[in-house]
Write a protein that binds this ligand. Structure first.
Ligand code: FES
Length: 145
C-alpha cells in the first residue's frame, strides 16, 4: 500500500510569512517536504483564480499565509485576503473540493515555530482528506473527523 503524500501550495506574503518560513528553516525545525512555497508580495494579492489554478494544477491543498492582523505592509491586504478566502471557501462548499483544502493563517517574521506548526497541521488535514483526484462525489475526511 502506498502512503499518500499530499501536494500543498503555500502562498507566503513577502514581508512576514516568508520570513517566518525562513526563520523555521534557520532554526532547523521539522518542516514537511510536501509543501511548495510560493512568495507573493501580500496575502491580499492572492486571487481566487490563483487558488483555483493551484488545485487545477494538482495541488491537494492550498494555504495562504500573511502578516498578523494589523501588521500588513499594505495596511489591509490581509483583511482583503480574509474576506476573499471566506467567500472562496463558500464557493467550494458545493463542489467536490472540500473547503478544508483551502486555509488562511497568519505568521509574522519571527514566528518560525508557528510557521512549522501551521504547515505541519495543514499536511495532517490534507492527509486525512486524501488525494483530491480520488474522485469522491463529496469529500469527507478519511478518518471520519
Ligand atoms: Fe503580509 Fe500584506 S504584506 S499580508
Amino acid at each position: 500500500m502506498t502512503v499518500f503524500e499530499p501536494r500543498i501550495i503555500a502562498l507566503l506574503c513577502n514581508w512576514c510569512a516568508y520570513d517566518g518560513a525562513d526563520a523555521a528553516g534557520r532554526a532547523r525545525l521539522d518542516l514537511p517536504a510536501q509543501v511548495w512555497e510560493v512568495r507573493v508580495m501580500c496575502s491580499g494579492q492572492v486571487s481566487p483564480g490563483m487558488v483555483l489554478k493551484a488545485f487545477e494544477a494538482g495541488a491537494d491543498g492550498v494555504i495562504v499565509l500573511g502578516c498578523q492582523p494589523g501588521d500588513c505592509h499594505y495596511k489591509e491586504g490581509n483583511l482583503h485576503a480574509l474576506k476573499r478566502m471566506v467567500l472562496l471557501r463558500a464557493v467550494l462548499e458545493p463542489t467536490p473540493v472540500h473547503p478544508q483544502r483551502l486555509q488562511l493563517d497568519w505568521v509574522s517574521a519571527g514566528q518560525g515555530h508557528r510557521y512549522a506548526q501551521v504547515v505541519n497541521d495543514m499536511v495532517e488535514t490534507i492527509r486525512s482528506l486524501g488525494p483530491l483526484a480520488a474522485g469522491h462525489s463529496r469529500e469527507e475526511p478519511l478518518n471520519g473527523g
